[in-house]
Design a protein around this ligand. Structure first.
Ligand code: DGT
Ligand code: CA
Ligand code: ZN
Length: 575
């Protein structure tokens, strides 16, 4: 069991105790313990092994015993028993925005509500409105929280789905009767969230049954939704569904194209094929009932007299017309990739020191890293004040003096204040090689006010890049209201970069705006916004999004080598 799972269980114990109305001190001890474990930098196993766990701040005897049991045995009888004393639905209810343990306890005690479904119904019946401590507005908030959750529950973050798809792919390829295998659907298009995994395979007709049996015996299957001869669906333990479709070899390329989608792309392409006198479906391409053989997707596009359309572009957003005119943009393929920007360290809310980050970046064969900690307004993230900026710069100077063939760039993620001014004055800002401006507070402004705020921020001559432009958290928080078209226009005029925040929770700039950004000549940077060494490689998710956004090599800052990026920043610096 790892650190994160232990922290999660401690937190859940705290929640259950709170729901049961247990002693608040005891409850708080579990919450504090969870936080301590979550932010540990030492190895938890070692701390348990040596007994040092009991000496950690906020971990008393009772907690250290429980953590040791969890680490040593992988389970905790106290937790299992405690869990069985409350309806499991209460823990689901807590996850709804606007409802904490206190409120859940009230609706449970007063109305006997113990599941999200019952809660939704009670809200619709106005039963929360008249409950003490609630009201019309809080009832409405809870209802929208439930609706949002429903929407989010239907989809999964890209890396979660990718990981599941790789496991099932590795399982399926063990079956020697399968001839070709690809993961299609939104995953293949690198969409930021994914509903289900679509696997397509080719095989001999007589092997179908055996392959479907094999698929249905997947060890991580939770249940079977449907089992047929050419199409089956199972639910995996992680909650995501997986479809498997089987065809014969000569239809494989067509089924792969069909299942990759998107639906909009397919419909449009079929319409275009029809104009050329073809009929196209998931089994083939036909001209006067004559089958036109294609063994690859490349051949299909060739037969339709158009450029090959990369999967990331198949969203039905004008790519077919461009491919017909042979005007598809040259997409960035992830090479070259010389360095990273927007990395947090222990100076603010990151888990690793600058030196550790530098070492990890060198291991990744990079030439430079742009350190970007938070500024002072982000007090919850231990943001830097002017004094600590100075200290950090001294440290960076020392590190740079000791390095050959690697460069640490001085960056900052400066908070954009409510009125669009920045958290540092220009003289402090001038000390940095580059400045990322981000909104971290006051998300509820009107669209006009937010747009003006962001435009004012990027208009500061010291600002190089706009960070996570809409503040969205995929499947977690809606973007704030902002007119991105206007922001992009201004960024283009002023030569400002808009990051593609490559954390899989954000992927913001939204790729749908990439086309517009390109039209305005806006460059991007694939910023992992890493808070630890592990997060550095999140930039890979940004590559897929940059491709979807039609960015070419020249518009991606990470393709600049150390020398070029330094002169780029110098040139942009107002001095
Ligand atoms: P999602 O929602 O993340 O699963 O997105 P997709 O694109 O993977 O959608 P899914 O799994 O419902 O369907 C897989 C592919 O099958 C889809 O990308 C295109 C194709 N497809 C599904 N429904 C239709 C349809 O009604 N017409 C056409 N032409 N293609 C369809
Ligand atoms: Ca899908
Ligand atoms: Zn940020």
């Amino acid at each position: 069991m790892d650190r994160k799972s232990v922290a999660k269980i401690l937190k859940e114990i705290g929640t259950i105790l709170e729901l049961k109305g247990d002693n608040p001190f005891k409850t708080r001890a579990y919450y504090n313990g969870a936080r301590t474990i979550e932010s540990l930098t030492e190895n938890l196993n070692n701390l348990v092994e040596s007994g040092e766990i009991a000496n950690l701040r906020g971990i008393g005897q009772a907690l250290s015993d429980k953590i040791s049991t969890l680490i040593k045995t992988g389970s905790l009888p106290y937790y299992d028993e405690l869990k069985s004393t409350i309806p499991s639905g209460l823990l689901d209810m807590i996850k709804i925005p606007g409802l904490g343990a206190k409120k859940v306890k009230i609706v449970y005690d007063k109305l006997g509500i113990s599941s999200v479904g019952e809660l939704e119904y009670a809200c619709r019946e106005n039963r929360l409105r008249d409950l003490e401590g609630f009201g019309e507005k809080s009832q409405q908030n809870i209802l929208s929280g439930i609706e949002l959750r429903k929407k989010y529950n239907e989809r999964f973050l890209y890396p979660v789905a990718l990981n599941e798809s790789e496991k099932i792919k590795n399982y399926l390829i063990q079956n020697e009767k399968i001839i070709q295998l690809e993961v299609a659907g939104s995953l293949r298009r690198k969409l930021e969230t994914v509903k289900d995994i679509d696997v397509v395979c080719s095989c001999l007709e007589e092997d179908r049954k055996e392959i479907m049996d094999f698929f249905d015996s997947y060890p991580e299957k939770l249940s079977t939704i449907n089992k047929g001869e050419t199409k089956s669906t199972i639910t995996l333990e992680s909650g995501i569904n997986c479809d498997l479709r089987l065809v014969e070899e000569d239809s494989f390329a067509f089924l792969l194209h069909h299942s990759t989608g998107s639906k909009e792309h397919n419909t449009e392409l079929r319409g275009y094929a029809k104009e050329l006198g073809f009929k196209m479906n998931e089994y083939g391409l036909f001209s006067d009932e004559q089958n036109i053989a294609c063994t690859t997707e490349e051949e299909i596009f060739e037969k339709l007299n158009m450029d090959y359309i990369p999967c990331e572009l198949r969203e039905g957003m004008g790519e077919i017309e461009l491919a017909q005119k042979k005007q598809l943009p040259e997409l960035y393929d992830g090479n070259p990739f010389y360095g990273l920007f927007h990395i947090h360290t222990t100076y603010s809310d990151g888990a690793n020191t600058i030196e550790e980050i530098v070492e990890a970046c060198q291991d990744l064969n990079l030439q430079y890293v742009g350190i970007c900690d938070h500024s002072k307004a982000a007090f919850y993230a231990n943001g830097l004040n002017e004094e600590r900026v100075k200290q950090q710069h001294e440290e960076i100077n020392k590190i740079n003096a000791s390095l050959t063939n690697f460069k640490v760039l001085k960056g900052i993620e400066v908070d954009v204040l409510t009125d669009g001014s920045l958290d540092f004055d220009d003289s402090t800002l001038s000390e940095f090689d580059f400045v990322v401006a981000s909104v971290h507070s006051q998300f509820n402004l009107s669209e006009d006010a937010m747009t003006e705020r962001i435009i004012k921020a990027i208009s500061n001559p010291f600002v190089t890049m706009l960070g996570h432009p809409t503040g969205r958290l995929l499947l977690g928080r809606e973007p704030y209201k902002v007119n991105m078209e206007k922001v992009i226009e201004v960024a283009g005029k002023l030569g400002k970069v808009i990051e593609i925040n490559s954390s899989p929770y954000r992927l913001d700039l939204d790729w749908r705006l990439g086309k517009l950004a390109n039209e305005h000549g806006v460059k991007t940077a694939l910023n992992p916004d890493a808070h630890s060494i592990e997060g550095l490689t999140d930039y890979k998710y940004g590559i897929g999004i940059a491709r979807k956004g039609r960015f070419n090599k020249e518009s991606v800052l990470n393709t600049y080598n150390a020398k070029k990026i330094e002169s780029y920043f110098k040139e942009k610096h107002p001095h």
